[in-house]
Design a protein around this ligand. Sequence first.
Ligand SMILES: [Zn+2]
Length: 206
Amino acid sequence: MPLARIPKVAEVLYPGGVFRIPEKEKKTVYLTFDDGPIPEATPIVLDILKQHNVKATFFCVGENVQKNPQLFNRITNEGHSFGNHTFNHMDGWKNSVNEYADNTKLCAGVVRSNLFRPPYGRITLKQFRKLKKEYKMVFWDVLSMDYDKEYSAEDCLLLIKKYTRPGSIIVFHDSLKTKDKIAELLAKSIDFLKAEGYDLEAIPMA
Ligand SMILES: [Zn+2]
């Protein structure tokens, strides 16, 4: 079973990678959404964020932005931050440094951001070092497992309740795999996190 909390060794393997953004005297969490934008899921997420007055961060796949520019505009117009998630959701372990860098560059043509998140969390050290020169490399602290069909919205919520701590970066997906559970999961997660006294913010792009 993949781990809902990212193992500590990841921070050693990827020095300078962002896993969590702890701040003194402040309880902030960062909701992030990977793999969109797509019409089946992204509007659901955006509507809920708007209803709850929450800002978040979207790690977008370049080809999805190219297909759905109006959805990408909605993300930016509604005050969310966004990052590069490669053009084709590329698996770093299956591609060379140059192929990976080229695919990221292609995405940068439509997603102008200094934030990057590697698809599947799979990136070689060489790829990491190359991209880190240009990007803030954003991993995560808590994985909701929302993409896994074995996990109901309620199961994912339990993971969030168990593992979230101040500064956590939490991963959700706006994808076909999550479209049927994301509304319930997101609304309940926001309610829980607010009740726990967290501020929910977008990861800054500057
Ligand atoms: Zn992804």
